[in-house]
Design a protein around this ligand. Sequence first.
Ligand SMILES: NC(=O)c1ccc[n+]([C@@H]2O[C@H](COP(=O)([O-])OP(=O)(O)OC[C@H]3O[C@@H](n4cnc5c(N)ncnc54)[C@H](OP(=O)(O)O)[C@@H]3O)[C@@H](O)[C@H]2O)c1
Length: 306
Amino acid sequence: MTWHPRQLAQQTGRTFVVTGANSGIGLETARDLVSRGATVVMAVRDVDRGEQARAQLSGPGTAVVAELDLADLDSVATFAKRFAESDDSLNALVCNAGVMGGPLALTAQGFERQMGTNHLGHAALVTALWPQLHAAGGRVVLVSSIAARGGRLSATTTRDQLVAPSPYIGQVVYSSSKQANLLFAQELHRRAGKAGSPVSVVACHPGVSQSELFARQLRERRLGVLVPVAKAVSKLALQSSEAGALPTLRALDHSTPSGAFVGPSALGQFRGKPELLDVYRTGSDPATAERLWVLTEEILGTPLPV
Ligand SMILES: NC(=O)c1ccc[n+]([C@@H]2O[C@H](COP(=O)([O-])OP(=O)(O)OC[C@H]3O[C@@H](n4cnc5c(N)ncnc54)[C@H](OP(=O)(O)O)[C@@H]3O)[C@@H](O)[C@H]2O)c1
């Protein structure tokens, strides 16, 4: 059924955390929520750039910038501690931040950076903010990708394959990290339901949208000179970042049930209005989801929330 952003109600009095809210799809998500009266915590790794992004947003809601580096589990813990000091409840956590490709790099704890940021950092954040999500009967939204279809995680994936993949093939690891977002969403939804938790979980993907994701990859490969050309081509070929944020907004709408997967359906899911989609085969296997859950607990050294 077609969904329109006007279906998402006013959000006055509700609090949202959006990771990676200084750029691209996260910024457009924050912009929309603030325009609906929400309080949005823009969780960003560079506070100065976060403040520049915040200055672009206008009320009636409010946005605050808070430091969060998902590639450092100590930063995740500090962010969650500060949030808990100021807020008892959280209506929604949007796990949006992401890195794609680039040369092999490691997180502060020595894990491969894409899996460390896109999956492990977010899994740690969901766990740390679970009490506030529980108090509000809140929602977790995980922003995945059509790249998840090419993910290689399976029911026999090992710890090293997850956090120290060898050989390192950047695009494959990105796909697996986005597969992990989908698997984690499915498993969290299943477990929350079984435990009678009031927290709901929805996954989404933005199609292929203009943002800094592709430009950053070029810069990291020292091909920054190509960024203006890539941006010009993107502007012609890809949907806007506002359109890319619509699946996230639909995922936040309470008419979207827990366990759903939202994304555009036109042109091989590259663009279009946000629809309820079938979860990709790579993201729906319960045995793989269970394996990822166990490995994630082992790597983080802490039980996941439910
Ligand atoms: N654009 C697309 O076509 C597309 C397609 C499929 C999926 N996605 C997904 O959509 C999400 C948003 O990406 P986007 O396209 O909007 O790209 P973007 O403009 O590059 O935004 C990514 C955001 O993630 C943040 N980030 C990266 N590493 C981080 C870290 N360690 N800690 C905290 N924040 C970090 C970035 O912060 P900095 O600005 O500091 O780097 C930025 O704010 C990602 O999960 C991506 O995988 C995008």
